[in-house]
Design a protein around this ligand. Structure first.
Ligand SMILES: [Cu+2]
Length: 160
């Protein structure tokens, strides 16, 4: 009985992954950080190609212990971060994760991630659809797009 269950699960996987998700993730990159960093920040443009609203409910990767979705808020001139348990995207809408704004908090990174590396991150939306996106580790993208020096924010000390 157990063996039969396992077979069914294994056969279901290719069908799921071949299904096109309404969630699209583009311009995905991770800011390169010193090798002792306890968390990295990831950025991307997320859009909903479907005709109904969706929400991103989780992100995970073999390269990180945990991934959270954060937004940055200014309070009395100090940047604070808040964790989002899900991210809603309207039909046809898009949400940008950019330095100084929303970001993926990539906690406990695998050591040795360097500019030029690609890291797979799996997203799951509210319909159960999963899509795996390659994020490029980059130092150059950080320099080109940074408007706020997020790298000096001590993520590890933040309370969520
Ligand atoms: Cu954060």
């Amino acid at each position: 009985m157990m063996r039969r269950m396992m077979m069914v699960v294994a056969m279901a996987v290719p069908v799921m992954s071949a299904m096109a998700c309404d969630l699209k993730v583009e311009s995905a990159w991770i800011r390169e950080a010193p090798s002792n960093a306890t968390s990295l920040a990831g950025y991307a443009v997320l859009s909903n190609a479907g005709s109904k609203g969706l929400s991103v409910v989780s992100a995970s990767s073999a390269a990180f212990g945990r991934i959270e979705m954060h937004e940055t808020l200014m309070a009395n001139g100090i940047a604070m971060m808040r964790a989002l348990d899900k991210l809603e995207i309207a039909a046809g809408g898009k949400v940008e994760f950019v330095p100084g704004g929303k970001h993926f908090m990539l906690i406990n990174p695998r050591p040795g991630l360097r500019s030029g590396d690609a890291v797979a991150i799996k997203f799951k939306d509210s319909s159960g659809c999963e899509s795996t996106i390659q994020f490029q580790v980059s130092a150059a993208a950080a320099a080109a797009t940074d408007t706020m020096d997020h790298s000096k924010m001590d993520h590890s000390a933040m309370h969520h």
